[in-house]
Design a protein around this ligand. Structure first.
Ligand code: CA
Length: 235
């Protein structure tokens, strides 16, 4: 059973979400402020966190940043305002999705299902696709090593700082070496929800990866296949 953490200072809303999630068969823990949320998320392992941005004590974005450093957990942000900056900062900080309040509970439940499915599918894909990643969860390309368990990427031993999405994108490309992946496929796998018509987001993430890996180490890891998508070729 998936275990979710809700960090939300509106206690009535938190209880309502908890009831609905319980009804769907999820186990739920609640925190009503940022510090308590961070403490719980650091000390326990959750499958998914629902994290309000406007929180007393420590705001949601700060909680997210601190968590991503030590204990990355898929997180859906709850934002009261239609604040584009919060969303962008949140996604950059590693959130897998966000939902603007007020929301229909069905929408939240749908996003929870998608987030768990995406996260679960990546976790269960690891090591199962023959020859893709070994039992240790290690994916490689030349001197690049992606460690799924440690959530860490190095090139010739140098640690490469990647955001959650950059990591997922690289992981998915490495798992599917020699298979050209379309922008739609990457968008679905990496962003996890429907960004209709926004496949150029994938180009942005590819550019970030190229800056951090190709440019930094003078290699050409991610190939563009014109009109189709992207591929990492085995040597
Ligand atoms: Ca709040």
């Amino acid at each position: 059973m998936a275990h979710l953490l809700i960090v939300e200072d509106e206690e009535k809303l938190a209880r309502f979400i908890e009831l609905e999630l319980n009804h769907e068969g999820y186990e739920v823990t609640k925190a009503f402020d940022g510090r308590e949320g961070l403490r719980l998320a650091t000390e326990n392992k959750y499958d998914l966190i629902l994290l309000d941005i406007m929180l007393p004590g420590l705001n949601g974005l700060e909680v997210l940043r601190r968590l991503q450093q030590d204990n990355p957990t898929p997180t859906i942000l709850l934002t009261a305002r239609d604040a584009v900056m919060d969303k962008v900062s949140g996604l950059d900080a590693g959130a897998v999705d966000y939902i603007t309040k007020p929301f229909a509970i069905e929408e939240l439940l749908a996003r929870v299902r998608v987030a768990l499915k995406i996260h679960g599918s990546i976790a269960s894909t690891s090591g199962k696709e023959t020859g893709a990643s070994d039992e240790e969860g290690i994916l490689t390309w030349r001197d690049l090593v992606l460690n799924e368990k440690k959530h860490e990427v190095t090139y010739q031993g140098h640690l490469i700082e990647l955001t959650n999405r950059e990591f997922m994108m690289l992981q998915y490309l490495l798992l599917n070496k020699d298979i050209v992946l379309s922008r739609d496929t990457l968008l679905e796998k990496v962003c996890g929800y429907d960004y209709i018509g926004e496949t150029n987001m994938i180009d942005v993430y590819i550019r970030y990866l190229r800056t951090k890996i190709d440019d930094a180490f003078d290699v050409k890891m991610i190939q563009t296949v014109r009109g189709v998508g992207y591929v990492i070729k085995s040597e």
